[in-house]
Design a protein around this ligand. Sequence first.
Ligand code: GLC
Ligand code: GLC
Length: 813
Amino acid sequence: MKFGHFDDKEREYVIETPRTPLPWINYLGNRDFFTLISNTAGGYAFYRDARLRRITRYRYNNNPMDQEGFRLYVREDMGPGKAPLIWNPSWQPVKTELDSYSCRHGMGYSVFTGSKDGITVSQTMFVPENENALIYHVKLKNDGKTPRNIQLFSFVEFCLWDANDDATNFQRNYSTGEVEIHGSAIYHKTEYRERRNHYSIFWCNREVDGFDTDMDIFNGPYGSAAAPDAVIEGKCRNSVAHGWRPCGAHQMDISLKPGEEYTVVFGLGYIENPEDEKWENLDAVNRTRAEQMMIRYNTDAKVDAAFAELKDTWDRLLRKFNVSSSEPRMDRMVNIWNQYQCMVTFNMSRSASYFESGMGRGMGFRDSCQDLLGFVHMIPGRARARILDIAATQFPDGSSYHQYQPLTKRGNMAVGSGFNDDPLWLIAGTDAYIRETGDFSILDEMVPFDNNEDLAQPLMEHLRRSFNYTVTHLGPHGLPLIGRADWNDCLNLNCFSSQPGESFQTTGPSEGPVAESVFIAGMFVKYGRAYEAICRIQGLKLEADEAEKHIAEMEKAVLTHGWDGEWFLRAYDAFSRPIGSHKNEEAQIFIEPQGMCVMAGIGKDTGEAAKSMKSVHERLETKYGVVLNNPPFRHYHLELGEISSYPPGVKENAGIFCHNNPWITMAETVLGHADEAWDLYQKICPAYIEDISEIHRTEPYVYSQMIAGKDSPRFGEAKNSWLTGTAAWTFLSISQGILGIVPDYDGLRVTPCLPRKMKGYKASRLFRGTTYDITVERAGKDEEKGLWVDGEKQKDYLIPVSKKEEASVLVRI
Ligand code: GLC
Ligand code: GLC
């Protein structure tokens, strides 16, 4: 069952009923100011850091789930003795049945349109480029034949900045709230007097007939968002908040002739003032910057222009890579939604979604490095800056903080380091950047270790220490030590946590000299080769030879001690017992080493790789994707940790963890198994499973972290949408694996691995300044295979770097 449809021309998903299985959200903002917004206009806004600079409040675990947001109320008197008609154009929270409803989630904007009894209201929400504000462009229209008197109310609830403190420290926070009101602008200035230099504003470009800034007065002590006293009575109280719960509400009384339209612009902005310019006088904040902001959006024309600019930005971003094939659903994912999701993961890492509270982890080291793989072609400049930020959180010994806060860019002490795959992801991200841009100069950038400028070294030295970290942390079988966990945060082989509330990752010794990871071994071979190649290109022959030797040894160790007979082992535990082996009772086989080792080419020539893929199909594949392990854990294993704490079939315990499904897709393409690769690509691809939205439940336009596996009663149900490495990896698996367009150091390689049913495709790809118009087709009986650029045949399916603005490429396979 579907709840909407794709509109590819507008690059929108159009939700046709507010009753989606879960809130279906979108992300507004692309720099510093962000808003999460659901299909009923729920959500919240923040500046840079969802925990430390939260602008509006959101209550988790609510029922209904999605109560706070950017709602508008429409009210009309129904005559004496009758209840007024009250509704929201986005349906919640009042939930009056609408005559029509739609929510169009687009690239950086969302449009809600609701109508009731001949009045239509549309609410276009977006964060303009380079602006710290959320704009709502609102239009009310009388579609009927009689004049109407209606009222419009806006409402947002302010968060007292630190979302964590805001949700817990009531003894203080009920006393600190402060606002100022100037005309139609409400200034939320809690803590501005003391340690903050920022306030927020909620304004509109019309004169208002009333306002409120105290939520308990607007809602009334026994009212609620679904039935606020002020709206029911049709009269704001002009309340001024002193402590308690500051809010922003406007009231407008509007008369509409038949056919008449009324527009108003609302804005929610974030303003920072330099320390010496904070005040106008003791009681009044300096409003200069706020007033300038309001002037930038005080007419419909200015707002339309800002909206057009946003559309144009996305147009330019998405023009860099697009494809046209016989598979419209694949095209729409590649051209629109997959790239869009990659951009969102770049901005958010794993911090703020409807599943990530925004208060916990900031940016993940490995997560951010992997996210890079999916957006580096769109914004190489920002990818470069991100790599340097991430590298600065590395420790001098090559290990790294597992997470860091975006506002401070400092490592997160609570989790610390010791996740032994982390260092290698830095090589992966940097390598992708260099292949895309050819910019080797990044390797010369001086980057601190542990954020300490005194310890700064060129980025190349960071990569060297990443590589050497694995070399110097090997276990009894010559395989890499796992530390607190590898890619699978929940495989905790050195922790032995037995008490509720303990961290699975940091309890006990956490790191140890015995437990080893075959997955990291595969990574070391794959990304170690990238490191070796970079050394060679840099003229570091001795170092490259040395690296090559370590990689060969690792490959040998994997084939000797990391092979179970039909598949790759997962790991050795702290007692050197195999994990992911036919000898185990539970979890005999895991997905991660199969994907990573085969992507690295281990056992490609000797048959192990093909066997591994066969075992994946036989033992892990289901109709909704490949599960992480099988059979699932049914017992809690002290020596394995969090993985065995989850019920069978969910999350890391035999869920379909979408992130590593594309590893299998890519592994299949390494072996030339085109149909298998395609089959799996489709299985978890949102556009291909739109029809089962009632089972899948999360948004049909983006990937989720996890789909419940066959061992769960909720088989097929997804969770944790949006912020997942799945976005970047599926983009790689389709664009590089299946379509085969692969950036390389000396050019762009096109080596497709297309399923039999696909005859070819056309693509446009911007690469180092040249736009390539690529046609891929299957060679006819007597036709020569190969790659031609502007009619000239090239070697090895490689498009050499060119100075031309455009070139046309023919690939015959
Ligand atoms: C989550 C984490 C990621 C980890 C994965 C598997 O998605 O963000 O870092 O690799 O879970 O545990
Ligand atoms: C939990 C989650 C896992 C995530 C980790 C992040 O272990 O199950 O998916 O990666 O937390 O710290």
